[in-house]
Design a protein around this ligand. Structure first.
Ligand code: ZN
Length: 443
């Protein structure tokens, strides 16, 4: 189970507590529910309390970002809260493209051709495309949000895929670059980036790739990264003791000589995030993707985004993950649209302009609980509401979308906050951990 976030009576964050403890406090009336997602309670009588150092760890991804809160207890580090945040970068890109095309279409329909004016617009330094900026903003939103509900004292970010400093060590010995050693993971991440995550010879993707010597060792090839590439097992075996040129790929030998720039290892989004997190004033730890993988496989944790976040950086070496912990699935949804009404495929209004965003006190995106006493939709439905001006709403629950529920049956659970959450049932993307991991021994 996730721990429950706790506030004292002055809304200052306390140490998150076990759900059973939260239930007890709620039952006795000593606490009240402050927020449903993330579940937070507020204590009625308590003021202040002892808190442990807590790190907000993040593994940024293009589609999904892993977030974890790791607390430093006396017995060691322990995950107390985790989430997987799904971004809407693709959606933003599509929306902007469609808006642009419709505007262009409408304009050119009646206006004579005019050549583009001189390119006199400039973008501020550090500008990111809206789809990428939204990813940064999503993560910062959740840092600020969690900072209000949990005693966060430190930050950790996976900034780069691999460590170029480490790679410059030319003495990579035979075993080290293969498995086990941290350096090996850095080398693998470097090669994956350089060779586009596919077999250098046949281009096969999503198959196990082996580190391969372009000039084989038997022919005097070295272990330096400039002599390494990635190949699938069949290609590796077929190549045998030939060099890449003899095997029919002289271009690979040429490409291997070119080093990969620093820019390729860190993408623009991560740099922006790094700057923003630094600006928060909390101490920030950075790690590499190689280190994350190394920590995760050494502790035997499965590959999920939130467990990657747990394993970020040097501090991710030894973290206890409770067996039953499930990450909250958070999905960025936006806050509705400023478009007054939808358009048809020619860019013409399809309906009359909407007048209000709120209908009977509800807004699309609010989380509501509807208790319907009779009729087709009889029962209790909890989920994200989509309002209609008629007062007949749709509710998207975990399983289905229930259509045509009257506003009179709805109770507000939480106002729209730009995100959708997975309710109750297990999150598909974060499987349970099957193995019980022991706490690290006392030092
Ligand atoms: Zn291949």
């Amino acid at each position: 189970m996730q721990r429950v976030l706790v506030l004292d009576k002055n809304k200052q964050p306390l140490m998150p507590c076990h759900p059973a403890r939260a239930r007890e406090l709620l039952k006795k009336g000593r606490a009240a529910v402050f927020r449903r997602f993330p579940f937070t309670i507020i204590l009625q009588d308590r003021e202040g309390g002892e808190v442990q150092e807590t790190q907000f760890k993040v593994d940024p991804g293009a589609k999904t970002t892993g977030i974890a809160l790791v607390a430093q207890f006396q017995r060691g580090q322990r995950v107390i809260w985790a989430a997987e945040l799904t971004h809407r970068g693709r959606k933003i890109k599509d929306n902007l493209l469609s808006r642009r095309q419709l505007r262009r279409g409408r304009r050119s329909r009646k206006t004579r051709y005019r050549p583009p004016r001189f390119d006199n617009r400039c973008r501020p330094a550090g500008w990111l495309p809206p789809s990428l900026q939204s990813r940064v903003d999503n993560i910062l939103t959740w840092l600020v949000r969690l900072y209000r509900f949990a005693p966060i004292t430190h930050l950790a970010l996976e900034l780069v895929r691999f460590d170029t400093q480490k790679l410059q060590n030319p003495e990579i010995s035979g075993v080290e670059y293969q498995q086990g050693e941290l350096l090996g993971y850095e080398v693998r991440e470097y090669l994956l980036e350089k060779w586009g995550r596919k077999c250098a010879y046949c281009g096969a993707k999503n198959v196990p790739l082996e580190v391969e010597h372009i000039v084989p060792k038997i022919r005097g090839g070295s272990n330096r990264v400039s002599n390494l590439t990635l190949a699938c097992t069949p290609c590796n075996q077929k190549k045998g003791s030939q060099t890449a040129a003899e095997f029919g790929f002289p271009n690979i030998q040429a490409q291997a000589k070119k080093p990969l720039g620093d820019a390729a290892a860190v993408n623009a989004t991560r740099w922006t995030l790094w700057r923003e997190l630094n600006a928060s004033g909390l101490p920030l730890e950075v790690g590499t993707g190689g280190r994350t993988k190394y920590n995760r496989s050494r502790q035997g944790y499965p590959k999920t985004h939130w467990l990657d976040a747990v394993c970020v950086g040097e501090s991710g070496e030894n973290v206890f993950v409770p067996q039953t912990l499930q990450a909250l699935a958070i999905k960025a949804m936006g806050r509705g649209s400023r478009q007054m009404c939808r358009v048809d495929k020619f860019g013409f209004p399809r309906t009359k302009a909407k007048q209000f965003k709120r209908v009977q006190g509800f807004q699309t995106g609010d989380i509501v609980k509807a208790i319907v006493p009779k009729g087709k939709n009889e029962g209790t439905h909890v989920g994200r509401v989509a309002v209609r001006a008629s007062g007949s709403f749709n509710i998207r629950t975990n399983q289905e979308t229930v259509q045509g529920i009257g506003y009179k049956y709805c109770q507000l659970t939480q106002r729209i906050d730009g995100y959708a959450y997975s309710f109750g049932s297990p999150v598909d993307s974060s499987p349970r951990i099957n193995k019980l991991h022991r706490l690290p021994p006392h030092v």
